[in-house]
Ligand binder design. Structure first.
Ligand code: URA
Length: 277
């Protein structure tokens, strides 16, 4: 091949990749696109999980034996039921992480590089919950390690805290492709796990970073600018934990003028920790 033609093609390929990255397409799901219209109803890879081994289904003696279904139709609600029973059987944060590590009920695990379970100190008095990992978190396996994580660290430092005294997690522990917003079904499937994570970590104060985390955990539909800065109570099943939503650091990076609201919230968090400590 003529050398200059080779260079042109390389430059064109680089430009195309750069363009994909700029529009947020930075993960390859399959090397080649599938024309779904030409594929006859082929069985798709299991999106949804095995029935948990540790909980054998009780069968009526008269029921003819048949194998338990190993997959459930995506979106059928079975994934949410399975997530609830799997989350409930975790007796510790370590067990919860292990269970999530093998949970196949959420399709996001197939495109994410790894599970992003937590960072910081599980015994910390303050727990922060974000929405879902981004690219840096997916690469490192820890929440809030990218640009918004760096801002979060500065916000914590401003009230005398760091990750040695704070426990950090996300509602959704797998990165959605291209950092898209998790779908309502993905969030619903992950919800029992974060609820159990909060219950097992049992912090003194719980903070939701951004509207998505706040809505997913409280069930409220209030926008973040209205919801932020107001204390309420999160019921874990064991006890009530004071909780509050604040602005997501990624939003603050885009809207730095709103940092004054976040600063108010950080001061309120400090006061609450001092009052409950
Ligand atoms: N945004 C989040 O909500 N969570 C992360 O872990 C990183 C960015």
């Amino acid at each position: 091949m003529n050398e200059s033609v080779g260079h042109d093609r390389l430059a064109a390929a680089r430009a195309l990749l750069g363009w994909y990255e700029a529009i947020g397409v930075d993960s390859i799901v399959l090397p080649e696109a599938i024309d779904r219209f030409s594929v006859p109803a082929a069985p798709s890879p299991p999106l949804v999980p095995r029935v948990p081994q540790s909980r054998p289904q009780a069968r009526h003696p008269e029921t003819p034996p048949h194998p338990a279904p190993s997959v459930a139709a995506p979106g059928s609600g079975d994934e949410v039921m399975l997530a609830r029973s799997e989350a409930a059987r975790a007796g510790s944060l370590e067990e919860l992480e292990q269970i999530l590590g093998t949970f196949e009920g959420c399709a996001l695990r197939q495109t994410a590089r790894r599970l992003v379970f937590s960072d910081g100190n599980p015994a910390g008095r303050l727990m922060l919950v974000g929405e879902a990992p981004g690219r840096d978190e997916d690469a490192q396996g820890k929440p809030f390690v990218g640009r918004s994580g760096q801002l979060l660290d500065r916000m914590l430092a401003a009230i005398g805290l760091d990750r040695s005294g704070v426990y950090i997690a996300n509602v959704v522990p797998w990165r959605p492709p291209g950092n898209r917003t998790p779908s309502p079904l993905e969030t619903e499937i992950c919800q029992p796990f974060i609820a159990r994570q909060i219950e097992l970590a049992d912090p003194d104060v719980l903070i939701f970073l951004g509207g998505a985390a706040s809505k997913a955990i409280t069930g409220s539909s209030e926008g973040i600018l209205r919801a932020r800065g107001k204390w309420s109570s999160h019921h874990t099943g064991q006890r009530e934990i004071p909780c509050m939503a604040t602005l997501h650091p990624a939003y603050l990076l885009r809207q730095p003028a709103q940092k004054r609201l976040a600063w108010r919230d950080m001061l309120a968090i400090r006061r609450r920790l001092d009052a409950t400590g």
